[in-house]
Design a binder for this molecule. Structure first.
Ligand code: FPP
Length: 231
């Protein structure tokens, strides 16, 4: 969800008003994803590296997460959305952690869109945590080295049990992954747009989905061996 700061600057507003405007785009994306039959949506809300931003911006962002949880959880629940948070959540304030735990518990048995929010998340950190989990299991004798395969490895990842993303959308003009779901994105289709996150609208969202639907996913096979994506 990149481009909030530039959006604010273009309107001579402080950066936090860009983040605030970004919440509206979050709402639209969640709504449209559910409507379009997307089963899992993962939002990169705050990276491990974002802690290095000015204290005031970090504190306002954390406040915005608390406020968004307070305002949106009931509506998400009504819409059968299941909420899950990933990242080094122990780094967050106890107030935010409590709200997160409540939101997850409240929506745990919902069967609609699974909405994952990554906060204090880094792809390398995720892989390290999984690797440490494997090392522990090997050390305590519950796993042998020759049993380590992709399936065992992914057990320890933050999104274990969730299918790998089919499509990555990045707004704001940069064409990089920026330490998002490094393991999980191995075969994702990538969609980069110059549109800044607060301006990203339903037409942009649908353009990204159409791009995905035009793809034939080969996973190393030849074109004749595979079918086009069914949308
Ligand atoms: C990156 O844009 C954006 C963020 C670090 C924050 C994203 C947070 C939101 C959209 C708030 C709402 C989120 C939820 C889940 C309720 P940037 O600040 O790096 O923009 P810039 O590159 O233009 O400076």
């Amino acid at each position: 969800m990149d481009g909030n700061g530039r959006w604010a600057r273009s309107k001579s507003k402080p950066r936090h008003s860009g983040h605030r405007a970004g919440v509206k785009t979050v709402r639209m994306s969640v709504e449209k994803a559910a409507e379009r039959g997307v089963e899992h949506l993962t939002l990169f809300a705050f990276s491990s590296e974002n802690w290095a931003r000015p204290e005031e911006e970090v504190s306002r962002l954390m406040g915005l997460f608390v406020e968004a949880l307070r305002r949106e959880v009931a509506e998400l629940h009504r819409n059968n959305v299941r909420l899950r948070f990933i990242g080094a959540l122990e780094q967050l304030s106890s107030g935010l952690r409590e709200k997160i735990a409540k939101a997850e518990a409240k929506t745990a048995s919902n069967t609609g869109l699974q909405l994952n929010v990554a906060i204090a998340y880094g792809g390398r950190w995720d892989i390290l945590v999984a690797a440490k989990g494997l090392a522990k299991r090997i050390a305590d004798g519950s796993l042998r080295i020759d049993e380590v395969d992709e399936r065992e490895f992914t057990v320890g990842l933050q999104l274990s049990g969730t299918p790998d993303p089919d499509l990555l959308i990045r707004t704001g003009g940069e064409q990089r992954i920026s330490n998002f779901l490094l393991w999980n994105l191995a075969y994702a289709e990538l969609w980069f747009t110059d549109v800044l996150w607060p301006d990203f609208d339903v037409r942009d969202f649908d353009a990204a989905l159409e791009h995905f639907c035009s793809k034939q996913r080969r996973y190393g096979h030849t074109g004749d061996q595979v079918e086009a994506v069914q949308c």
